[in-house]
Design a protein around this ligand. Structure first.
Ligand code: EPU
Length: 320
């Protein structure tokens, strides 16, 4: 179902950001929207939707072993991937085919197949909306964590990112810790190259995740829950095949997709909304779903997973 915004403001040039803040964003509500692939609008929006549309990739520094790129927030993420593959810059190839724009990448610290964008972000530039001041935050100052950063905490709804600076490697190296990726490369007997790794990632994504241009979805709807090791051990007694990855502070990160599947939700449809047949963590709009239908499915999943495992799933997508 369509939801509407009262105003849509597209920023064509990063230099216009201070003016836009001053002229339009003093009054709330407003919402900064990148590609929109991680946002669920639950109703009409009576305010300004602000969309950074300025693009560009600039080489700021070339070293023997690394390169520094300054990338405008409105650049589509996958364009940056193509750019890096063409020029043999290593580091973000595992993040191939993630929908959205470069400016959104640090907000939720996008991650896939063993890599997070925080591994290559040098600094982030933008403006604080409440003060109108320009900021440059170093990697450490961005307070990156799993699907989290300062932009989802202290600066939530109070900043516009204009540029992301990346440091990428010019020395050949790959992250193949995600078993499915290493296996896919092996099975296809492909030599290790940026192009082949990226291509494999694209194929894995195509097989597991629905294309948002065809089937409405926001990727993973929930975060993978992080629980104490002790709780994980207790759960193993009843569910011996529970997948878990090591997380900081002796915790374990479980797979929300597996929990949802075990709660009987994989590929299930209620009305026009449901979960994807190949990846239960992805909620989909099967066509014409209302926001209420999507939220009903999400809330029922949270309840069912909680009843079965005693774990409360947290939404990963932004709900407006
Ligand atoms: N699994 C199931 N059933 C399912 C889905 C998954 O049993 O329906 C199991 C899989 O068999 C596997 C484990 O869960 O053992 C993990 O699944 P997968 O590798 O597909 O990854 P994920 O943990 O479900 C995360 C990210 C994805 C990212 C993949 C690959 C989050 C919230 N999601 O998903 O990111 O692409 O890892 O690295 O961390 C996104 O954020 O939108 C997103 C797609």
């Amino acid at each position: 179902m369509e939801v509407l915004a009262r105003h849509f403001l597209q920023i064509e040039n990063a230099d216009e950001v201070p003016v836009v803040i001053h002229e339009y964003l003093r009054e709330k509500p407003f919402y900064i929207l990148g590609g929109g692939s991680n946002t669920l609008f639950t109703k009409d929006f009576d305010g300004f939707i602000v969309h950074p549309a300025f693009t560009g990739i600039e080489v700021m520094e070339q070293m023997e072993d690394a390169v520094v790129l300054k990338v405008a927030a409105g650049e589509p993420w996958d364009n940056l991937i193509q750019y890096c593959i063409k020029r043999q810059y290593y580091g973000i190839e595992n993040l191939t085919a993630i929908p959205g724009l470069v400016g959104s990448a640090p907000v939720q610290n996008i991650g896939a197949y063993g890599v997070e964008v925080k591994d290559t972000v040098l600094k982030v530039e933008g403006y604080v909306i409440s003060t109108g001041e320009h900021f440059t935050l170093s990697n450490a100052e961005c307070k990156f964590a799993y699907r989290n950063s300062i932009f989802k905490q202290e600066l939530k709804h109070d900043c516009i990112i204009t540029y992301v600076w990346f440091q990428l490697s010019r020395i050949k190296h790959f992250t193949l810790s995600y078993q499915g990726l290493a296996k896919a490369l092996e099975e296809r007997e492909l030599p290790l190259s940026l192009h082949n790794v990226s291509d494999c990632v694209r194929k894995i994504r195509d097989a597991k995740l629905p294309d948002p241009a065809i089937v409405g979805n926001g990727g993973s709807f929930f975060k993978n829950p992080v629980i104490p090791d002790e709780q994980y051990r207790e759960l193993l007694v009843k569910f011996p095949d529970l997948v878990a990855y090591d997380a900081p502070d002796w915790q374990k990160k479980l797979s929300a997709g597996q929990l949802i599947e075990k709660a009987g939700w994989k590929g299930k449809q209620v009305g026009n909304a449901g979960t994807w047949k190949n990846q239960a963590l992805v909620l989909v709009n099967y066509g014409g779903a209302t926001p209420e239908e999507v939220l009903h499915v999400a809330e029922t999943i949270i309840k069912d997973v909680n009843n079965l495992f005693g774990i409360t799933l947290e939404m990963e997508i932004n709900r407006i």
